[in-house]
Ligand binder design. Structure first.
Ligand SMILES: O=P(O)(O)OC[C@H]1O[C@H](OP(=O)(O)OP(=O)(O)O)[C@H](O)[C@@H]1O
Ligand SMILES: Nc1nc2[nH]cnc2c(=O)[nH]1
Length: 179
């Protein structure tokens, strides 16, 4: 797997330091509250697990699987819910946990859905933000790193469902896409 990586952009240590910072900020902002962390599967699974451990408040967790990319590096524009939440969100403080915001289509769809379900508040935390990719107007409340307009993999982020288990984040060699 390592040999498929052209360049490492964010090392394991950089990621873990940033996750600690984000956990501390959320803990401060949500003191006395018990927000529901909503992990957007599958990409956000690593970030959710690490962030929750660094957040010192009585949070709850739920999981939603959404896909708009399939096996491609471009969003299809069609957002599909593959698994819905188990919990009711009405009247709750929600924190949507994402690995990356690119076009913004996934989050824009999701935020509208959760507003319709009468959430009390909705904030978004993403580890990576790719502002140049944006086609809809949405921005995170908390973000770890801004990334260039390149397709990145690792730490939950996949290409064709692979590379999610890399502990760091990087860019694939061009040959990998032509296989
Ligand atoms: O801002 P957008 O352009 O909508 O892109 C962001 C979404 O794309 C990825 O999910 P993907 O659809 O690849 O599913 P996955 O998390 O299961 O890999 C990522 O995890 C975000 O949810
Ligand atoms: N793996 C991966 N998924 C994405 N979804 C939206 N942007 C990206 C990206 O850069 N990498």
């Amino acid at each position: 797997m390592q040999q498929d990586i052209l360049e490492v952009l964010f090392t394991e240590e950089m990621i873990q330091d940033k996750v600690r910072e984000l956990g501390a900020a959320i803990s401060r902002d949500y003191t006395g509250k018990s927000p529901l962390f909503i992990c957007i599967l599958k990409g956000a699974v690593m970030f959710m697990a690490d962030l929750a451990k660094r957040t010192d408040i009585p949070l709850e967790m739920d999981f939603m699987a959404i896909s708009s990319y399939g096996d491609s590096t471009k969003s299809s524009g069609v957002v599909r819910i593959l698994k819905d939440l188990d919990k009711e969100v009405e009247g709750r403080d929600l924190i949507i946990v994402e690995d990356i915001i690119d076009s913004g289509l996934t989050l824009s769809y999701l935020r509208n859905l959760l507003l319709q379900r009468n959430a009390k508040s909705i904030r978004i935390v993403t580890l990576f933000d790719k502002p140049e990719g944006r086609t809809v107007n949405i921005s995170p409340n908390y973000f770890g790193f801004q990334v260039p307009n390149r397709f990145i993999v690792g730490y939950g982020l996949d290409y064709a469902d692979k590379y999610r288990n890399l502990p760091y984040v990087g860019i694939l060699r061009p040959e990998v896409y032509s296989h």
